[in-house]
Design a protein around this ligand. Structure first.
Ligand SMILES: [Zn+2]
Length: 275
């Protein structure tokens, strides 16, 4: 009897151990399952944050393409193997006094509406102003002066609500001889749902001022005039300065005694940047 009892006790003990093991096993499974889920979420979170940081600050920014009035892919034909900036046009008599006046609109242009949007934040205006100041300091004999008279300004600059793929647009107007008489620049304050930083707005503005001064695009990345602004540099360098001199050669090549030469269109269609 004692033996049987003990054996049955043993038996039942063993059964109890088994079911405990089963519970342990299924708890273990659940724990593993939750660990996997937590792990997956952690990876997802890290990837999302990394993507966000990359798109905001890094190399994976959405393509801020400048399909503006200047851009035409065929223009780059014949320049393969050479790094060039295309030279478009020259300013006319407005440049004769060595001064271009600019006006910056005070309100955001909202899409699809005729009424003016809210005031532009001062950071964006300062960014545009810094862009103009850099050009101003790097181009000898040329002065940019701000004016509050929109109609008399040689250059009108507006900031609009971002939304489509265009980061900026420059529209130059020409007289019957083909010389620039007036420029309109529009800069988006964002694209693809991202707001541009002040640095990005400054870079876009510098690129657009390049078009204002008669430049086309560069056929290589890393230059201010690169077709895609986010692949370009943020500063005005020697090649762009040279290109502006070439575009407006009649003015910049005038003799030091101040005697004006005839207003002439540019004598070259490009400048080389790697020479
Ligand atoms: Zn452009």
């Amino acid at each position: 009897m004692v033996v049987v009892n003990s054996s049955s006790d043993k038996c039942s003990n063993e059964e109890g151990d088994d079911s405990k093991k089963n519970i342990d096993y299924s708890n273990d499974k659940k724990r593993k399952y939750y660990t996997y889920i937590a792990f997956a979420f952690a990876i997802l979170a890290v990837v999302s944050i990394a993507y966000l940081v990359m798109t905001l600050y890094g190399p994976f920014q959405p393509p801020l393409s400048f399909y503006d009035s200047v851009y035409n892919e065929r223009e780059f034909d014949g320049y393969s193997g050479r790094d060039v900036i295309l030279v478009c046009c020259s300013w006319g008599e407005e440049l004769a006094d060595g001064e271009l006046t600019y006006f910056i609109g005070a309100n955001i242009i909202t899409q699809g509406q005729n009424n003016l949007g809210e005031n532009i934040d001062s950071g964006s205006i300062e960014a545009v102003t810094r862009a103009i100041q850099e050009w101003n300091s790097k181009i000898e004999r040329l002065t940019f002066t701000e004016t509050s008279e929109r109609r008399n300004a040689d250059i009108e600059i507006y900031i609009r609500e971002g939304g489509n793929e265009r980061a900026g647009i420059t529209k130059n107007y020409y007289d019957s001889y083909g010389f620039i008489t007036k420029s309109y620049v529009i800069i988006s304050n964002g694209a693809f749902g991202f707001g541009f930083s002040d640095n990005q707005i400054e870079q876009i503005a510098k690129h657009e001022i390049g078009h204002v001064l008669g430049l086309g695009h560069a056929n290589f990345d890393g230059n201010l005039m690169a077709v895609q602004v986010n692949r370009g540099s943020g500063s005005v360098d020697d090649c762009e300065i040279e290109a502006v001199y070439k575009a407006n050669e009649w003015w910049f090549d005038k003799s030091d005694d101040g005697k004006l030469s005839y207003i002439q269109p540019p004598t070259t269609e490009h400048v080389e940047c790697n020479s």
